[in-house]
Design a protein around this ligand. Sequence first.
Ligand SMILES: [Zn+2]
Length: 122
Amino acid sequence: MDCPPVTYSIDTTGLDYPGRASVANRRALKQWTAMTGIPFVYQPSGGLVSVVFRTIKDEWAAYALGNVIVVDPRWIKESVLAHEWGHILGIPHTSAPDMLMTLGGFMDKVTPADAELARCPA
Ligand SMILES: [Zn+2]
């Protein structure tokens, strides 16, 4: 997919293991780049997409709202970040059992079916 580089910023302030969060996010983005060709570029602040961490007081591990990804610190995982980045790439939840974007599904990697639905974020 021919998208301009997608800039992002990640705020790990206050996390017990900030390095773990950065690595999980980088790995999630690596998956999307491998599957879609979309390039992601880290920017210390002011990126198009922001990744932040804060406790979420209900059942959700994470969510994406606009161009902001919010992850509960208890759920810092590559698969969770990859799923939320899927929303940033315009993909809604699917009922297919074998896609990363399945709500409550078992797939923890970006699949070709997920990648096919991705579009350039704006
Ligand atoms: Zn979701």
